[in-house]
Design a binder for this molecule. Structure first.
Ligand SMILES: N[C@@H](CCC(=O)N[C@@H](CS)C(=O)NCC(=O)O)C(=O)O
Length: 239
């Protein structure tokens, strides 16, 4: 476990009393890292090696009995859900980008929440179902029924993206950020068919051109793809 090299540009708001424990391979952690970069907030980051079980050490369990990452500590407050962490940081600390990423208008905000709930209720559990047996249980492939569930989630997202460049309008919102972390990872496990899911494909492409995607998603996604390739013997072309 160790302090990670800073991804920060150095020009943003420095919040040295906040610490994020994270693993770049984890989509939930990358979602928070992208949110922080999009908001231009700089905090301490600690790399946790999940393969060595560091997230299950006694000092981590005190902070998060669920034994998952990410974990955010802001003085006495400890949060362990990526969606809660990202929205907390956007509303608690000043950023010139916060109102665009997470609008205060109730209708606009509810639309973003709706996508974020789709991420944590539908996409994320399917990611876990596909990835965990490979990462931790010697499984070598995504079982056909899990693959089918992921294709169904792509089909739902395809309908949800109708008429939208991004979830909240013409620029990425916090909802786009939380979703792209999971969808870009699912894309490695079950590649998104461009013909079947054209809106999802072009949204993924648009998101991959954002600066926060480059600074906070790309490296961990490559790490995930490399690890998956080592374990399954199949190299992804999607990262
Ligand atoms: N709802 C949580 C889920 C976090 C989660 O499941 N994180 C995974 C990594 S992506 C984890 O820590 N898994 C524990 C493990 O792999 O042992 C969030 O969105 O933050």
């Amino acid at each position: 476990m160790g302090l990670s090299a800073s991804r920060a540009s150095g020009v943003g708001n420095n919040l040295k009393h906040c610490t994020l424990w994270k693993a770049d391979r984890s989509p939930a952690c990358r979602a928070v890292m992208m949110a922080l970069d999009a908001l231009d907030l700089n905090i301490n980051e600690v790399d946790v090696n999940m393969d060595k079980g560091e997230h299950r050490s006694p000092e981590m369990i005190v902070m998060n009995p669920l034994q998952t990452l990410p974990i955010l500590k802001d003085r006495n407050l400890i949060l362990n859900d990526s969606n809660a962490i990202a929205t907390y940081m956007a509303t608690r600390y000043w950023s010139p980008h916060a109102s665009k990423l997470l609008p205060s208008d109730p209708g606009a905000r509810a639309m973003i929440d709706q996508f974020m709930f789709f991420n944590s209720n539908v996409l994320y559990p399917r990611y876990k179902e596909a990835a965990h047996p490979i990462l931790y249980k010697n499984c070598r492939y995504v079982p056909p029924n899990t693959m089918c569930d992921i294709q169904c989630a792509y089909a739902d997202l395809e309908k949800m993206l109708q008429g939208r460049m991004f979830i909240g309008g013409s620029s990425p919102s916090m909802g786009d950020i939380m979703l792209i972390a999971t969808v870009s990872t699912l894309n490695i496990l079950v590649p998104i068919d461009q013909i079947e899911f054209p809106r999802v494909s072009s949204w993924v492409h648009r998101m991959s051109e954002e600066m926060f995607y480059t600074t906070a998603n790309k490296k961990g996604l490559c790490e995930f793809a490399r690890r998956l390739g080592e374990l399954t013997g199949v190299q992804s072309t999607k990262d």
